[in-house]
Write a protein that binds this ligand. Structure first.
Ligand code: C5P
Length: 215
């Protein structure tokens, strides 16, 4: 059975640089689904605030910015900077910002072909009834090394200990916030990419989705 006979939502959550973006893109490609990296919605909110010279700590202003975001116009190359991710996790603690972005993300999930959404709270809050859920994780050291390789591979310069410290700070902020903290949904399949690598994680995920589609 293939995805075009029913509308399916695949939820992929996990901490920064665990491999959930790659996994999600490949799942979307394989099953012909739309893909939304919900981290980009938080990043775009903070980038818009910075570009307009607006404060990052005013919830009303940040929520208004989040409400006017155009999801069809999220430029990964502009938003991927490590510092934007760090700043995004600050506005992500604001309930009004989350409310606005979650609403837009749920609309995206309804698109006819079905969708893969990745983030921190997809399986727990955004799409609790998702067809299948994955929680992708890896040790902070492995995630920091991946981020380091990505930055230096693109010709940038980076300091591994600084990246590791940032990742640990971001993990703490994401898991300890009161609204929608990062945690696996009780019915999520856990994929630890510390040892298995992203390719094996993808193959494991394919088997699980195919098995679910059989039912
Ligand atoms: O996944 P990415 O690193 O792009 O996310 C940036 C930040 O946005 C995360 O550290 C997190 O604070 C926030 N985020 C979130 N909920 C999501 C996606 C991202 O709180 N669904």
């Amino acid at each position: 059975m293939t995805s075009d006979v029913r509308h399916i939502v695949i939820a992929v959550d996990g901490p920064a640089a665990a491999g959930k973006g790659t996994l999600s893109r490949r799942l979307a490609e394989h099953y012909g689904l739309n893909h939304l990296d919900t981290g980009l919605t938080y990043r775009a909110t903070v980038k818009t605030l910075i570009d307009r010279g607006l404060p990052l700590d005013d919830e009303t202003v940040a929520a208004e910015t989040a409400r006017t975001l155009d999801l069809s116009n999220l430029d990964r190359s502009v938003l991927s900077a490590h510092e934007i991710g760090e700043a995004a996790s600050r506005v992500a603690v604001m309930p009004q910002v989350r409310k606005a972005l979650v609403q837009a993300q749920r609309e995206f999930a309804k698109t006819p072909a079905g969708a893969v959404l990745d983030g921190r709270d997809i399986g727990t809050v955004v799409c609790p009834d998702a067809f299948i859920k994955f929680y992708v994780t890896a040790s902070p050291e492995v995630r920091a090394k991946r981020r380091f390789d990505e930055i230096t591979g693109n010709g940038g310069s980076a300091d591994l200990p600084t990246i590791l410290a940032d990742i640990e700070k971001r993990d703490a902020r994401d898991t300890e916030r009161a609204d929608s903290p990062l945690r696996p949904a009780s019915d999520a399949h856990l994929l630890d990419t510390t040892e298995m690598g992203i390719e094996t994680a993808f193959e494991t995920a394919l088997r699980l989705v195919d098995a679910a589609l059989e039912h």
